[in-house]
Design a protein around this ligand. Structure first.
Ligand SMILES: Nc1ncnc2c1ncn2[C@@H]1O[C@H](COP(=O)(O)OP(=O)(O)O)[C@@H](O)[C@H]1O
Ligand SMILES: [Mg+2]
Length: 244
């Protein structure tokens, strides 16, 4: 087996007395689409924050392509190929779509010229279907377009691993299908994807492997079919989801 592009090992994060992430380990291989699912408060977002560097772990490590990045700042991880889209969309509202994506290109690309950053921003806009809206103010975007913007900003950093936190949340089914197609096409271009998702058909359609978290820890991992057949997963997550 080749070196995993991302290795999370014994990752733990405590906030005071609360252990939000408890001894979580997983490997993601190049070109994979890896899903993290679980109930609200399970520690999914905290796990991605530890991977991207927004948070520093209490214990454990994050390795990118064999290099330990556990203590590196976010921008340094970004330069090494970790791109991130957020659950709560965080654009700069007073700027245009293109300007927002350019910020992503500049953040992710140490030592590239302004012209090259603009080229990368344009490619990301094209890629995410936002090119026709390049000059629109961000405040004019609808929810699907905002999600596309968030993905475009991450793509402009030229990630090797793209981290997505509930990018389908709030989308109508047809919009979610469009977003699924976008994520799959990004993977088909060679980007490895780690995503958090509540919408189970999306997980079924996209994920090569699934990690199920509950109370900060791993509850199960495996294929979609394996984890959704696991009685513990049904009890902790899927049963409750059906009620919702
Ligand atoms: N910055 C923080 N300070 C204190 N507690 C936090 C912080 N971030 C998350 N938590 C707590 O950690 C737990 C896991 O949260 P989170 O990772 O957001 O879960 P999920 O994304 O699975 O819904 C929750 O109990 C949450 O309240
Ligand atoms: Mg979350």
């Amino acid at each position: 087996m080749t070196t995993p592009i991302l290795r999370v090992s014994g990752l733990t994060k405590r906030f005071g007395g609360l252990t939000a992430v408890s001894d979580v380990s997983f490997d993601v291989h190049e070109g994979e689409i890896f899903a993290i699912i679980g109930p609200n408060g399970a520690g999914k977002t905290t796990t991605l924050n530890l991977v991207s560097g927004l948070l520093t772990p209490t214990g454990g490590s994050v390795t990118l392509d064999g290099a330990d990045v556990t203590r590196l700042p976010t921008y340094e991880r970004c330069h090494r190929g970790l791109g991130r889209a957020f659950q709560v969309v965080q654009p700069f509202p007073e700027m245009t779509v293109a300007e927002n994506v350019l910020v992503g290109a500049q953040f992710g690309s140490r030592g590239v010229s302004g012209a090259e950053a603009r080229r990368r921003a344009e490619a990301a806009l094209e890629r995410s279907g936002l090119a026709p809206l390049a000059d629109a103010p961000v405040e004019d975007l609808n929810l699907l377009q905002e999600k596309r913007l968030e993905i475009a900003r991450a793509l402009a950093t030229r990630p090797r691993v793209l981290l997505l936190d509930e990018v389908m949340a709030g989308l109508r089914p047809a919009e979610a299908r469009a977003a699924v197609e976008l994520v799959r096409s990004v993977r088909d271009e060679g980007v490895t994807i780690v995503f958090i998702e509540h919408v189970m058909p999306v997980v079924r359609d996209l994920a090569d492997r699934v990690l199920v978290m509950d109370h900060g820890a791993e509850l199960a991992h495996g294929s979609y079919a394996e984890v959704t057949a696991d009685p513990r997963v049904v009890e902790a997550y899927l049963g409750a989801e059906e009620e919702a």
